[in-house]
Design a binder for this molecule. Structure first.
Ligand code: FAD
Ligand code: FES
Length: 327
């Protein structure tokens, strides 16, 4: 099958997201509030691949799926069944939505192991079973708030739609995009079109400034009223800390391993401070993947902290949180 070279470039995003009021989190002393749930429930169906093109070390897929594309908001993701109808790969692969438009959505896939390699090998005309949009979108800041976007590796793709949406609403947008090396940079063109200043970093100095994103973030964060970040967990922890230290609220889109993707299995939990100031295990698939950066207990991710033992640590539905539910 021939490749459609990404004829549909997807950076437009629907409007209508709820804007959070400029109120710090519910008397907890934290800067961020829990992210509100998405407006639209996810749907499952077959999506047709209409475009596949290499983007640096990654593959950008464009898929026809009007129900998902119309409901999707920046920060949300989809979950693909992988390997075909007779596949032994039971778990879906979660992939961030990079853009939507015209009944289509796009994703950027990094071929790592079996599932993502199968996804990256899809060609125009192929059909794939997909559920989405999943998770909570990035809350938008009050009008006039300058935003700093920070993307690491393919995580930058999840910020493209957000950057365009913020600009369309009149926000100043700055961005820092980083990766290990030039080949693993992502969405540089799309984000540089909506952000100024726009800074690229690579760990090995093969493109942009040598070093991590945290260098330019430390320089730019004081001029921001809100920070949005998507990328590897250590990067999210560092960026959230920089923002919190300067009194700037941040939103991070985490990438925890997911099994069910719909809130049932508790595979994806991580310790998060709830709206009432108490920590609980939050499901990154349904309570996230977007969390307020200063609410995620990054140092305790992957551990069982003593204060989170027992059933109460999982009683999300009974949390007297803002927006009526969950951390
Ligand atoms: C919200 C979110 C957004 C993401 N966005 C992107 C993206 O934009 N681009 C991208 O390339 N990747 C993305 N990923 C990662 C992606 O879902 C895959 O995990 C990754 O590509 C590796 O998949 P694989 O099939 O190559 O690896 P494999 O090793 O074949 O499979 C990994 C699978 O096993 C699951 N898994 C791993 N450990 C556990 C565990 N302890 N318990 C249960 N299940 C486990 C993973 O969730 C995944 O489904 C995202 C993940 C999340 C959660
Ligand atoms: S992946 Fe199953 S609860 Fe989140």
């Amino acid at each position: 099958m021939s490749q459609d070279d990404g004829a549909t470039r997807m950076v437009s995003l629907p409007t209508g997201e709820r804007v959070l009021p400029p109120v710090p989190g519910s008397g907890t002393g934290l800067l961020g509030q829990p992210a509100p749930p998405a407006e639209h429930p996810p749907v499952q169906g077959l999506a047709v691949v209409v475009g596949s093109r290499p983007v640096s070390a990654y593959t950008e897929l464009t898929l026809e799926a009007p129900d998902i594309a119309e409901a999707a908001r920046p920060g949300q993701f989809v979950a693909f069944a992988v390997g075909g109808p007779t596949s032994a790969m039971l778990l879906r692969r979660s992939i961030a939505i990079a853009g939507v438009g015209g009944g289509r959505f796009s994703v950027v896939v990094s071929a790592k192991a079996a599932g993502s390699t199968w996804l990256a090998g899809l060609r125009p005309g192929d059909e794939v079973d997909v559920v989405g949009p999943l998770g909570r979108p990035f809350p938008l800041p009050p009008p006039g708030t300058p935003a700093l976007l920070v993307g690491g590796g393919y995580g930058a793709a999840a910020l493209v739609g957000l950057g365009g949406l913020l600009r369309s609403r009149g926000h100043e947008v700055a961005a820092v995009v980083g990766a290990g090396d030039e080949d693993r940079l992502c969405s540089v063109e799309d984000l540089s079109a909506v952000a100024a200043p726009f800074v690229v970093t690579t760990d090995d100095g093969s493109a942009g400034r040598a070093g991590r994103v945290t260098g330019p973030v430390a320089e730019l964060v004081s001029g921001a009223g809100v920070v949005y970040a998507c990328g590897p967990m250590p990067m999210l922890a560092a960026v959230a800390q920089l923002a919190t230290d300067r009194g700037v609220p941040s939103w991070v889109a985490v990438e925890e391993s997911m099994a069910c993707g719909v809130g049932v299995c508790m595979t994806c939990v991580l310790p998060v401070v709830g709206a009432d100031g108490r920590s609980r295990f939050a499901r990154s698939c349904t309570d996230g993947p977007v969390f307020a950066g200063d609410r995620v207990r990054f140092a305790d991710v992957g551990t069982l902290p003593p204060d989170l033992l027992g059933a109460d640590a999982m009683t999300l539905a009974h949390t007297p949180a803002g927006e009526g539910e969950t951390p």
